[in-house]
Design a protein around this ligand. Structure first.
Ligand SMILES: Nc1ncnc2c1ncn2[C@@H]1O[C@H](COP(=O)(O)OP(=O)(O)OP(=O)(O)O)[C@@H](O)[C@H]1O
Ligand SMILES: [Mg+2]
Length: 236
């Protein structure tokens, strides 16, 4: 097993003077899919935002590939290969699908055409939609655009906040299949999911967060098999 390449150590922080996260620890290896689950308001999104450089970190640190990146600006993290897909408002609705992907590649030298082509292979439903405004797509297709945009820079790790939010079961499955396919290309995945049981089924490990603190962590199968976890966090 490779070493942790994304590591959160004793992270405390939140919005302004209010701490939401309290001494949170988390690690992701480059070959893993790891899920963060927990009740509404537990601080799951805040944790991803803290890693992505979007909330105030008061104490603790974030390391990425051996370098401390605590509080580093999001654009600099993207350059290093750490990309974040937010829970909401994650596409430019008035821009076309192609323009959204081009925006994702704005910091890359050269023509993004080949990479856009690759995204069409990874997300076939987008192939007939290049010129369509992203805001007019279905929820599932919009989510594909958001993930594809993040993938334009060929990240080493992807932070995904509830990729299945608001999607039908069919689209949820399709998105999760795509996440597994992305992982198979060598991208580490750190994912927050409300569909906890399904997320753990495809995860190597999982963290349960409650009230801004680490509550429990284990392998995906062990969390699924734990009756206490099932009762409290997986809906029985
Ligand atoms: N921009 C913000 N400013 C102030 N407080 C915020 C902000 N965003 C979230 N919070 C607060 O931080 C806490 C954790 O919110 P967060 O969005 O991280 O939870 P979550 O675990 O992602 O929940 P959900 O499952 O509902 O998405 C909540 O009490 C929330 O009200
Ligand atoms: Mg959230």
């Amino acid at each position: 097993m490779s070493e942790a390449f994304l590591e959160v150590r004793e992270l405390t922080g939140g919005y302004g003077a209010t701490d939401i996260l309290h001494a949170v620890n988390l690690a992701l290896r480059s070959d893993e899919i790891v899920s963060i689950i927990g009740p509404n308001g537990a601080g799951k999104s805040t944790l991803l935002k803290a890693i992505a450089g979007l909330v105030t970190i008061r104490l603790g640190s974030v390391f990425f590939e051996g370098t401390e990146v605590t509080g580093m600006r999001p654009d600099r993290l993207v350059r290093r290969g750490l990309c974040y897909v937010p829970q909401e408002a994650n596409v430019f609705p008035r821009l076309s699908v192609r323009e959204n992907l081009e925006m994702g590649a704005f910091m890359l030298p050269g023509d993004p055409a080949a990479q856009i082509e690759r995204m069409g292979e990874l997300f076939p439903p987008l192939r007939e939609k290049w010129k369509q405004a992203a805001g007019t797509l279905s929820g599932g297709q919009r989510q594909m655009v958001a993930i594809a945009r993040a993938l334009m820079v060929e990240p080493r790790v992807l932070l995904l906040d509830e990729p299945s939010a608001g999607l039908s079961p069919r689209y949820t499955e399709e998105i999760f299949e795509r996440v597994v396919a992305i992982h198979e290309t060598g991208v580490g995945i750190l994912m927050v999911e409300q569909r906890a049981r399904r997320a753990l089924e495809m995860s190597h490990r999982g963290y349960i967060l409650a009230m801004g603190r680490n509550r429990h962590e284990d392998t995906g199968p062990a969390l699924l098999a734990d009756p206490n976890v099932a009762e409290m966090f997986l809906g029985g």
